[in-house]
Design a protein around this ligand. Structure first.
Ligand SMILES: [Zn+2]
Length: 385
């Protein structure tokens, strides 16, 4: 009898100690670096349509965790890029047209703001204006997306942003207030400002590449600007011991779908996929980097159909010149990637990224149900961009 008790005691002890070990093993590694990538207007039709058109896999199919994002804004079932990007950057949905502000025009801390305050280096790489809605959603707070010169001023004066790569130079040096903001950035605000990626002094830790007066040229004319921009930003930001946050936008997938230009759409989606591949390769080698890829909304109402109703001869079909409320995909790789599965609201992504980084979200709003516009009787929304 005694022997049996001893035996049970030993087994119980072993079980306890093995539970303890399991808990240690299960402790989730935290993301040190975050690369947050947004394909503007890129829902599943744009991704799969590009795979069909090129006959090739894109970087998106390599992600182990995939979810679905409801993109509706606080004011409209169909979001514009300003409200869509604000919800992706902040904790609350807002009204169409607003940048970094809630429905009451109160400024909200973005994921870039929070991670900069944690000591991380930050950067943005886009192919549109540096101050266009989606990038602006991460660093600016203005009630209207068209306030480009105010957005440029907020970017110049930001003490949280280290690297900005994109276009929109005219909002800095051809301003209504006649201010040469580029000169001020270099003389007073600690920036180096370049015209091209090739000019960058890699030892510099605060710089802007404003490579076009307006948006960057289309994919077929701008070469590898986006993937190379991501590589350049990663080289700079990865020098920071506390980690980094990099936001990347494939800005012109949206432009192509507004124009119903399928060649342009495919080129832009391939270009964005190439940039995603740069991020994935970095994350795979690094081991501490979370890569999250999603979209602010779908553009064009794109489907792949056989116009004759047969099941072959597939071609692209656009049902609107504007955006739609089709939910978008979210793809994740790296520490915390498992958080990005299932069905989620766009304003939940910031909290998930912070959780992946082991940072307590400050003000995660659980009021998304209240702030979504009701579906019935609200189908006439017509956002312009
Ligand atoms: Zn658009």
């Amino acid at each position: 009898m005694k022997k049996n008790y001893l035996f049970l005691f030993i087994i119980f002890g072993l079980l306890l100690s093995s539970c303890g070990t399991k808990e240690k093993v299960a402790e989730r590694p935290k993301a040190v670096n975050v690369i947050y990538m947004i394909g503007d207007g890129m829902a599943l039709p744009q991704v799969f349509g590009t795979m069909l058109a090129t006959g090739e896999e894109l970087a998106f199919s390599q992600f182990p965790y995939i979810g679905v994002v409801d993109t509706r804004s606080a004011s409209n079932d169909i979001t514009d890029s300003a409200a869509g990007g604000t919800a992706l950057a902040c904790d609350k949905k807002t009204k169409n047209g607003m940048v970094g502000m809630d429905v009451d025009t109160l400024p909200m801390p973005t994921i870039l703001d929070v991670l900069a305050d944690e000591g991380k280096a930050t950067g943005i790489v886009v192919t549109c204006y540096a101050g266009h809605a989606t990038p602006a959603d991460f660093f600016a707070k203005v009630p209207k997306r068209s306030m480009y010169e105010d957005i440029a001023m907020q970017m110049a004066e930001s003490d949280k942003l280290n690297v900005m790569i994109g276009g929109g130079r005219k909002h800095f040096n051809q301003r209504k207030d006649s201010l040469d903001l580029i000169q001020r950035m270099e003389n007073e605000l600690g920036w180096k400002v370049y015209d091209t990626l090739a000019d960058i002094d890699t030892a510099c830790t605060k710089y802007a590449v404003l490579a076009a007066d307006g948006h960057m040229p289309i994919a077929s004319e701008r070469g590898n600007f986006l993937p190379e921009g991501v590589k350049t930003a990663l080289k700079t930001l990865s020098q920071d011991k506390d980690g980094f946050f990099l936001m990347v936008e494939g800005s012109q997938i949206d432009f192509a779908c507004h124009a119903h230009d399928s060649v342009y759409m495919v080129d832009e989606t391939v270009d964005f996929s190439n940039a995603v591949q740069v991020a994935l390769d970095f994350a795979k080698a690094d081991g501490n980097t979370l890569v999250v890829v999603t979209a602010d909304h779908e553009t064009g109402g794109l489907t792949m159909i056989d116009p004759k109703g047969h099941y072959s001869n597939v071609s692209f079909n656009y049902s609107t010149g504007s955006h739609t409320c089709l939910p978008v995909m979210i793809y994740a790789y790296g520490p915390g990637a498992e958080l990005f599965t299932g069905w989620m609201q766009n304003n939940e992504v910031k909290g998930k990224i912070l959780k992946a980084c082991g940072i307590e979200p400050q003000t995660v709003a659980n009021d998304s149900e209240q702030t979504i516009a009701p579906v019935v009787g609200n189908f006439d929304s017509n956002p312009s961009n």
